[in-house]
Design a protein around this ligand. Sequence first.
Ligand SMILES: [Zn+2]
Ligand SMILES: [Zn+2]
Length: 93
Amino acid sequence: MAAASAPVRHRPTITRTAGQVGTVYRFTCPCGATGEEQAARRMALVDLNQHVMSLPRVPADQQCRIPRTHDCSLWEPCGLCAGQLDLFDLEVS
Ligand SMILES: [Zn+2]
Ligand SMILES: [Zn+2]
């Protein structure tokens, strides 16, 4: 039910499923990207990393400087950090 114009957040995860031939791992992302079923978790992790690497780079002034505190991923612009830059610019000028 989310608005169609809402930006998709990339939250890549690896799911583990018990299949007929044993446990399989698969990378999935809320944006719709998925990987192949893999026999090993590290192989699904390769798919995950390829997806992350394919995402457009965030401009340097929008990158989060404290991702753990802001719960912000490397591939997402951080509104909090960008907002602080704006404030800083206002004070300087
Ligand atoms: Zn994604
Ligand atoms: Zn931040």
